[in-house]
Write a protein that binds this ligand. Structure first.
Ligand SMILES: NC(=O)c1ccc[n+]([C@@H]2O[C@H](COP(=O)([O-])OP(=O)(O)OC[C@H]3O[C@@H](n4cnc5c(N)ncnc54)[C@H](OP(=O)(O)O)[C@@H]3O)[C@@H](O)[C@H]2O)c1
Length: 248
């Protein structure tokens, strides 16, 4: 797939799925801006990708000031965005009785509020026919133990994405959700901490392995391409059969 001259913004592009997607878009000829919460991770990501077509920006998506920092860059550099990948996100797993207000706010502010207001602020800067992609999760529809708040954030995100797809269709903007199953990333390792939990998740995937971030990146590029020109408002599961596997 060729994305030469396309302008791509990826929130949460320093590690994992966002990083793999940034790399894939760069390799396909695009100019890419990635965000993250600190300069250290952004610098590491930039040195690994090592391309003059990559730009980095410290912008914490969980609060309005961070979102406005990104908006300001888009305005000052006069960027007409072809692809907006709203990917930044995190999970804190615990039973309902143990969830703290801080866990609740962190996940909702990052995974829902951040994406909603980033989209809102950047709508005027989306090119005609642009693509917006949200990283959701298989947990948006599942009801796994210990995932009440994380699942609720992804369910909310899907609904926002579906409404946005309808509201922006008149500008030929397509909006889709990618729902990964378990994927081996830095975020996965910090949210799923025991070998027992990792092994359980792995064996719950029909293909009997974790996904690789590049496999999610490939799906993002497909959905953002002309090959997916009649797909909008859709949630695409990229889960190795995790959702429908009967032997869980
Ligand atoms: N891995 C999985 O199994 C899996 C499954 C389903 C869905 N997902 C979703 O996939 C997305 C990416 O996760 P991942 O697994 O790739 O994890 P990851 O490696 O931890 O990547 C998360 C990215 O989000 C950034 N980020 C986190 N909070 C942020 C904030 N407030 N503002 C800006 N950037 C922020 C991180 O950057 P810094 O740390 O540098 O700030 C990092 O670049 C998330 O939305 C996650 O919910 C993952």
């Amino acid at each position: 797939m060729n994305f030469t001259n396309k302008k791509v913004i990826i929130t949460g592009g320093t590690t994992g799925i966002g990083f793999a997607t940034a790399k894939a878009f760069i390799n396909a000829g695009a100019t890419v801006w990635i965000t993250g919460r600190n300069n250290e991770n952004l610098t590491k990501a930039a040195s690994k990708i090592a391309s003059e077509n990559l730009q980095t920006l410290v912008a914490d998506t969980s609060h309005m000031q961070g979102i406005e920092t990104l908006e300001h860059v888009v305005i000052s550099q006069d960027i007409k965005i072809d692809i907006l990948f709203l990917n930044a996100g995190l999970a804190v797993f615990s039973g309902i009785e143990d969830v703290t207000e801080a866990d609740f706010d962190l996940q909702f502010n990052t995974n829902v509020k951040g994406h909603f207001f980033t989209l809102q602020k950047l709508i005027p800067h989306l090119a005609e026919g642009a693509n917006v992609l949200f990283t959701s999760s298989t947990v948006a529809t599942a009801a796994n133990l210990g995932s009440s708040i994380y699942s609720a954030t992804k369910g909310a995100l899907n609904k926002i994405a579906q409404v946005a797809a309808n509201e922006l269709a008149h500008r030929s903007i397509r909006i889709n959700m990618i729902s990964p199953g378990p994927v081996k990333t830095e975020g996965f390792d910090s949210a799923v901490t025991t070998d027992e939990a990792k092994n359980h998740l792995t064996s719950s995937v029909a293909l009997n392995r974790l996904g690789h971030p590049d496999e999610i990146a490939d799906t993002v590029l497909f959905l953002a391409s002309e090959k997916a020109s009649f797909i909008t408002g859709t949630e695409l599961l990229v889960d190795g059969g995790y959702t429908t596997f009967a032997r869980k």
